[in-house]
Ligand binder design. Structure first.
Ligand code: BTN
Length: 264
């Protein structure tokens, strides 16, 4: 199937294989940020499962206040609204489960396989292929929603100079474009499955799956959290999804957030 230049909302909606997400799916040719749009929709009454997809973003947002390169018609830029009826402290499982869903879907299309860098960077051949930005939002009724924003570099032929050494796409790694709509459907299917599992089993089920898709454990890493910079060996995720690191002095420390660089 050749790569369609535009995403087809009706086709996506009718082929969606999901239970908890996707009752409503909207595709936009352009928006500033699908995350910002999803937050607005929630505040204006949208319910769990809303899926927003854009062909391009003019102000795509990444983690740590960075921008997300959102070139027209070659990437996947989507935000899914979840409203889990769970204690706030368990919501840290959502970014992990989104990472698992992305890597599982991508690996149905990509050889070599992509892997995860904690908490939810998707890497292919050592470069960044995708990322997840989860943001919480309150509606006027006092409910907390979580917007799961996902960006995947799919059919990019090239990247701007400043990203060339750190970013890649499935097209660049495979040597040919892939069907974005098929990847979106797979992504949404896996996200729905992982979310169902999470609601039943909690974070423990997710950390086990997450751990199967990473090359981090045993590697030397640097973790930056605020002004703190820690060197050590990444050991595992704990039962809360925190990253456990052993420092050169032999201490183990668990981190609930931060940015990781892998050294070897
Ligand atoms: C990261 O920095 O790794 C996270 C990137 C997340 C990008 C996606 S694209 C769709 C959604 N809308 C946004 O503005 N950001 C997320």
């Amino acid at each position: 199937m050749s790569e369609p230049s535009m995403l087809d909302a009706a086709m996506l909606q009718s082929n969606l294989d999901s239970i908890l997400i996707g009752e409503k799916l909207l595709v936009f040719q352009e928006t500033a940020s699908t995350n910002d749009l999803a937050k607005t929709y929630f505040q204006e009454g949208a319910v769990q499962g809303l899926i927003l997809i854009a062909d391009r973003q003019t102000d795509g947002k990444g983690r740590f206040g960075r921008s997300w390169h959102s070139e027209s018609e070659v990437g996947i830029y989507t935000s899914i609204l979840l409203v889990p009826d769970l204690p706030v402290e368990t919501l840290s499982g959502l970014p992990l489960l989104a990472g698992v869903a992305v890597v599982t879907a991508v690996n149905e299309f990509s050889h070599p396989n992509a892997s995860l860098k904690w908490p939810n960077d998707i890497l292919l051949n050592g470069k960044k292929l995708g990322g997840v930005l989860c943001e919480t939002v309150r509606n006027p009724q006092g409910q907390t929603g979580v917007v799961v924003g996902i960006g995947i570099n799919v059919n990019h032929n090239s990247f701007p100079e400043e990203l060339r050494s750190i970013a890649t796409s499935i097209h660049l790694e495979m040597g040919h474009p892939i069907d974005r709509q098929a990847l979106i459907l797979s992504l949404l299917h896996h996200l729905d499955r992982e979310y169902q599992d999470f609601l039943i089993k909690g974070i423990a089920g997710i950390t086990a799956k997450w751990s199967q898709h990473t090359k981090m454990f045993g590697s030397s890493i640097t973790l930056i959290k605020g002004k703190t910079r820690i060197h050590g060996t990444a050991l595992q995720l704990d039962e809360k999804g925190n990253l456990v690191i052993r420092t050169p002095e032999g201490n183990t420390m668990a981190f609930d957030s931060g940015e990781v660089t892998m050294e070897s």
